[in-house]
Ligand binder design. Structure first.
Ligand code: GTP
Ligand code: SPV
Ligand code: MN
Length: 589
């Protein structure tokens, strides 16, 4: 498979540590994957779904204590504590290795070690990077085979190169008290023990493509971000690419696969999906910022996905998809989740594996963080640029979060530096994507709080550096909020496909064809400039004006919150951010 010495040595070392019964090298062939699917079904690790309705689709249930990322058990193990920064948990690397290896020792006894070579990004792309994950879970192998490019071609591209990312995953006993997700950015190494849930164990995703990659990006002059990438094609056929960072379960997959409202479709507008969760971006030869999606599939939130809210996501799950923690409908052996349709199955099994009657049960059938793992190639609107290694040029960066109040539907920053400030003050109500309380407002700069592999003060400084490199070719920076609520708790903005109306304004601003109103926080649209044609029943101009308002009193409170938050970073807070905050306070006077 490979003669790469650094790979072979490490695998030997890990074999001695975890003591597998046997070792299986994943070659990426359909034949091998099919064997593994059969094996997983024979042990009950996966259930084969109705192959006529859902060809190649399977269901998996995680342990009840293992349904989301565990931020309080996630560590950045840099030599110096200061390099992990105030927003990450830190452990001294030697101590962490010892603790993890003590947990991992002998844990593959009676089990198989699977060796997964994978490429984040199209194999051979100048922006792609290679990792090797060792796991004792077939579920992980099969998910990785959807989410990344896996197999022999990866070894061929790697050759003798010692630069690759090590990932050791051990299920152990799925003991929540001994669960650790540890990153060693200075060693290109990840160790994950006692979990079987997505973001904790598909090590190419958040662990490598964000935590390790953000550290590499800082040192090498590029950016790894928690962003979707989409291309918006206008009736003349011109495609403009934007990247958008929203916290977990705040609408990236939905925006990435947006179907424009009828009026736009008729005129010839179309949205192409390049990525739904992660973007790797670097300046290209022409000085613009180019982005690739390092992933090859979608690990999407199931609840709320339906033919109306996100047809393209639903269509992506029609074939070759692994569902995790959704409802199993026993009548026809298909799947269901809250928000799929209004007909919950009566004769069903809930995400915990218990009998469940959706017509009478007051409990949810699917876990709020239940997911689908779907191949990107299934997506009806996948971009023709998806597999091209050079990436797409980004014209706008959009930040956003879930805020019932305060943050308007959309606003534009004054310039790049002001845009970095806008990203740094992002806040959002927490969701089920991470363990812990849901609905609490927390600061989540650039949606990277749980994913930055180094000191966030240095991360902000890196953003300012990138601005200097990009100069006047830097993308324009915006902020959106689809989640404003009325007093009864209803969403004021229709959202989903209608977010196209906001994208439309954003593109017009990029092209310099739309007007705006200056406010203390930046530029907001004139209400008349947001196209409401076809949704006048759902939202009138009055309501739209309301969700575009920048309320000075609310923002004064917000500025206090930002001041408090910034204190965490001490003297690592870039001067520019301090100046931006002072400027905001002044403008609010
Ligand atoms: P991760 O995969 O965790 O990073 O999530 P994500 O950012 O891709 O979020 P996703 O698109 O899966 O959406 C999460 C939840 O937000 C789903 O329940 C959606 O139905 C809901 N949602 C997405 N877009 C909108 C919107 O425009 N308005 C409203 N009200 N809800 C939305
Ligand atoms: C997120 O939580 O942001 C996700 C899912 O995209 S996970 O892979 O668990 O990180
Ligand atoms: Mn995500």
């Amino acid at each position: 498979m490979t003669n790469n010495k650094s790979v072979l040595n490490w695998i030997e070392e890990m074999k001695t540590l975890v003591s597998p019964d046997k070792v299986v090298w994943i070659d990426g062939s359909e034949e091998q994957l099919e064997q593994l699917r059969a094996e997983a079904c024979s042990t009950g690790e996966m259930l084969k779904l109705n192959q006529e309705k859902l060809p190649g689709c399977y269901l998996h249930r995680t342990a009840v204590n293992d349904v989301a990322r565990v931020e309080d058990r996630t560590f950045i193990c840099s030599q110096n504590e200061v390099d992990a920064g105030p927003t990450n948990n830190w452990m001294e690397p030697q101590k962490a290795y010892k603790m993890l290896y003590d947990i991992a020792r002998g844990s593959y006894k009676g089990r198989t070690m699977y060796v997964i070579p994978y490429s984040m990004g199209p194999i051979g792309s100048p922006l792609a990077k290679i990792g090797v994950e060792l796991t004792d879970s077939i579920y992980v192998v099969l998910n990785m085979a959807i989410m990344a490019r896996v197999g022999q071609a990866v070894w061929d591209v790697l050759g003798d190169n010692p630069e690759w990312v090590r990932g050791l995953h051990c299920k152990c006993e799925i003991d929540a008290e001994k669960r650790y997700i540890c990153h060693f950015p200075e060693d290109n190494t990840i160790v994950s023990v006692n979990s079987g849930y997505g973001g904790n164990v598909l090590l190419g995703k958040k662990c490598f493509a964000l935590r390790i990659a953000s550290f590499l990006g800082k040192n090498q002059g590029w950016m790894a971000e928690h962003m979707l990438i989409l291309g918006l094609q206008n009736p003349q056929g011109k495609v403009t690419y934007v990247a958008a960072a929203f916290p977990s379960a705040c609408g990236k997959t939905n925006l990435a696969m947006l179907i424009p409202p009828e009026g736009y479709v008729k005129k010839g507008y179309k949205v192409w999906t390049v990525g739904d969760d992660i973007a790797w971006m670097r300046p290209g030869e022409d000085g613009r910022l180019y982005a690739i999606n390092p992933e090859n599939g979608f690990f999407g939130v199931a609840p709320g996905t339906n033919a109306k809210s996100n047809y393209n996501a639903l269509a992506s799950t029609g074939e070759g998809t692994i569902f995790t923690n959704v409802v199993q409908n026993l009548d026809d052996n298909t799947v269901w989740w809250e928000g799929l349709d209004k007909n919950p199955p009566k004769n069903a099994v809930n995400w915990k594996g218990e009998p469940w009657d959706g017509s009478t049960s007051s409990e949810k059938g699917a876990h709020p963080n239940s997911r689908f793992t779907a191949p990107a190639k299934n997506c009806p609107c996948i971009s023709p640029e998806f597999d091209k290694g050079e990436g797409v040029p980004i014209s706008a960066i959009i930040f956003g979060g879930r805020r019932a109040q305060t943050t308007p539907l959309v606003y534009q920053s004054r310039d790049w530096d002001n845009g970095v400030f806008v990203g740094s003050i992002m806040a959002s109500e927490t969701t089920a994507a991470a363990a812990g309380a849901v609905g609490v407002v927390r600061r989540d700069p650039m949606a990277m709080l749980p994913f930055c592999g180094y000191h966030m003060g240095d991360y902000f400084a890196h953003w300012f550096e990138m601005g200097k490199v990009l100069g006047d070719k830097a993308p324009k920076v915006f902020n959106v909020n689809w989640f404003r609520l009325d007093d009864e708790g209803h969403f004021l903005w229709p959202g989903f496909g209608d977010n196209m109306r906001v994208l439309d304004w954003i593109i017009s601003r990029v092209e310099g064809t739309a007007d705006a109103v200056e406010t203390p926080i930046g530029f907001v649209p004139k209400a008349e400039d947001i196209n409401l044609q076809g949704i006048e029943d759902e939202i009138n101009l009055e309501t739209l004006r309301n969700i575009l308002v920048v309320d000075k009193d609310q923002w004064k409170k917000e500025a206090e919150g930002i001041e408090e938050f910034y204190k965490n970073f001490g003297d690592k807070l870039p001067q520019e951010l301090r100046a931006q905050l002072d400027q905001l306070k002044q403008k609010l006077q």
